[in-house]
Design a protein around this ligand. Sequence first.
Ligand code: FES
Ligand SMILES: [Fe+2]
Length: 428
Amino acid sequence: MPRGRGELRIPCSARNDGSRPGVPMLTTEENELLTRVGPGTPAGELLRRYWHPVGMLPNLTEGTPTKHVRLLGEDLVLFRDRSGRVGLLADHCSHRGASLLYGRVEERGIACAYHGWLYDTAGHCLETPAELPDSNFYLTVKHRAYPVQEYCGLYWGYLGPLPAPTLPRYDITEDYPIKSVGEMAELTCNWLQFVEQNVDQVHAFILHQDVGSNMDKGKDDPTLNTTRGQIDQLVSLVYTEAPFGIKRRQIRVNGYDETNLIVFPSAHRIYNQLSIKVPLDDTHTRQYHIEVAPPDGPDEHSGLNGSNRDIRYVADNGAAEGKSPPQAAHPFARYRMDRLRFQDFMALETPGPIFDRRGEHLSTSDAGVALLRTMLKREIEKVQQGLDPLGVIRDPNQEPIDTCMQSYAEVIRQFPRTGRALSRGGAG
Ligand code: FES
Ligand SMILES: [Fe+2]
């Protein structure tokens, strides 16, 4: 029997005063603490302890060896030199500020197009061609440079203090063949709005009530009440802290029982997809996704182990498709509401570029949001004490992160219509 009104139980391991209805959750100072991502900000310093995707492998070609990257409020240039080395440098040349996006790559690195200062991938200046031949001036110049790695068809950058931690590996990307990798259009919203949507799964039963694939909805269970949507299909949602993030377990009336992992601080394994939210700056966020073949048969478990063979690359402009005019945001844009991901875009952007959480009223169904914020505050404090925050890996032999793929395998066996990757760019 579907539950009646008032029977919604969403147990959670974390509760605080903010989970009571009608209590404003965050002060202005707390909101700033959790949302600002630039250098020197508390959340920015936390986020700098992790690797973030900065592009897809096909973004760099012989003809176009540079790519502009915006990450954590910094303007950067990703490039591949003619020796095959990949670098991530501050965009503005150390000489007089021209963009290295227009630099000429050669075997030793990238030379600024303006006066030819040449930098290697570590930011060493190797040449200042307009100086006298015997000048050692170039030795005094060190350009800001960050480590880059390739994994799963993506370039990953790290902006934090050295030594950089190990790039995380995941069971989903290590044990299953990668089918596609996607770089989504940027959304005009702060990173926390995006991540909070992943720990706010009740929204799927209301916001996405009319896009049936997400609900495994058949002809026999039409939405009877648009206010309640599919919420009466939900028995429980439980958010619990796990070694690498937050486990989200959802049980529905029809026996659907699925657990996935929100990987701290900004990724999510949902169905056969790992989605990663990248904070570009305070008010813009981009999502990347890695989609694997669902575990339909034993042959598909051969796995590419993070390699980039046979991957389909998707540059998705969904954010622009989902609203009109495409470059506008709320209240100047009108959002489409006929697709799951566009519905999510509406919910992510309309609170504003940085949602002012002083006005919110968290309820019991926001227990996951409360848990995430509690963890963020705690991990920010750890960084301020000089400690590694949750999920930073130093051991290169660390086992891949367990994102509960066993649960997914069981779901897709029982509910094959439900357990496929979400529409590209949707947050869940
Ligand atoms: S501005 Fe780059 S070399 Fe002068
Ligand atoms: Fe959603």
